[in-house]
Ligand binder design. Structure first.
Ligand SMILES: Cc1ncc(C[n+]2csc(CCOP(=O)(O)OP(=O)(O)O)c2C)c(N)n1
Ligand code: SF4
Ligand SMILES: [Mg+2]
Length: 288
């Protein structure tokens, strides 16, 4: 392949998201990151769960699995372990990743699998028409909380810091250029990368809108935040209110990934290992 060759990742299938949905900017940012990195579609797999945001893999030519609700990480983990040469990207919503899928999310981070996880965090269940999600803010009135949310929201950045993710960032659909850079850096990073994205649901979340975020968000990188300093990252992870940080909170380079440590890989990746049998029935008999 000539060095300059850049593959087209747009599949031709048009998203059916509502006009103005933040997920369009996320799709464009993923596309930009993949083309900037000059990746080949057949070496990339994009996994999603269920939700408006989880439709994303359909719109790209890379391999894709539109999975089941909350199970992005088990599918992504299986793919990565079977073929560590694949670039594996998880995508989905806040309900999918931080609610029903939160256990898998934590375990994938503590294992430091070399996966990038992009969460379109609109602080609502969009697909099911507007129930409160794990990141809905306290007191927010939704279809499922007519008197307001009484629970504290999940803080994805703090959760990722506590769980061992080695690249932790937050983007905003209102800043598509910055978002594409965060995704590109996340894919390049060796280890678990989280890109949490404020991706407004213009139909069901009338509170966390573009106008809500615009005056509040600022870039950590423009403030010379030290991404190697976990203490500083914690401080920034807890910042919420008049000022909300975007950008890279924390990066730890050189931490061994799960794939680096897995003893079975000493004989090569599973995909390229010989099964040592010619008749698959032997395998079934062994397993019975
Ligand atoms: C096991 C299971 N439980 C519940 C549902 C119903 N369901 C579908 S999508 C969804 C939430 C979607 O919210 P989110 O992940 O935030 O995605 P968004 O639509 O906001 O992008 C729910 C509860 C389901 N499909 N499967
Ligand atoms: S309901 Fe919300 S999340 Fe779903 S497509 Fe419409 S704006 Fe986007
Ligand atoms: Mg959502």
């Amino acid at each position: 392949m000539p060095d300059e060759e850049v593959y087209e990742f747009k599949s031709g299938i048009k998203p059916m998201w509502c006009p103005g949905c933040g997920d369009y900017a996320v799709l464009n940012a993923v596309h930009k990151a993949l083309t900037n990195l000059k990746l080949e579609p057949w070496r990339v797999a994009i996994i999603s769960g269920i939700g408006c945001s989880s439709n994303l893999p359909h719109f790209l030519t890379a391999f894709g699995v539109h999975g089941i609700h909350g199970r992005v990480m088990p599918i992504a983990t299986g793919l990565k372990l079977a073929n560590p040469e694949l670039t594996v990207i998880g995508t989905g919503g806040d309900g999918d990743g931080y609610g029903i899928g939160v256990g898998h999310f934590i375990h994938a981070m503590r294992r430091n699998l070399d996966i990038t996880y992009i969460v379109m965090d609109n602080q609502i269940y969009g697909l099911t028409t507007g129930q409160a999600s794990p990141t809905s803010l306290k007191e927010m009135k939704t279809k499922s909380t007519p008197e307001g949310v009484i629970e504290n929201p999940v803080n994805p950045i703090a959760l990722a810091l506590a769980s061992g993710a080695t690249y932790i960032s937050r983007g905003f659909s209102g800043d598509p250029k910055g978002l594409a850079e965060l995704i590109e850096a996340g894919i390049k990073h060796k280890g678990f990368s989280l890109v949490d994205v404020f991706s407004p649901c213009v139909t069901y979340n009338k509170y966390n809108t573009y106008d809500y975020f615009r005056p509040k968000v600022y870039s950590l990188q423009k403030e010379n935040h030290d991404t190697k300093d976990m203490g500083a990252a914690w401080k920034k992870a807890l910042e919420w209110g008049e000022k909300i940080p975007l950008g890279i909170f924390y990066v730890a380079e050189g931490v061994p990934t799960y794939e680096d440590l897995e003893p079975a890989y000493r004989q090569g990746m599973p995909l390229k290992q010989k099964l040592g049998i010619t008749d698959p029935r032997e395998l079934i008999e062994e397993a019975m």
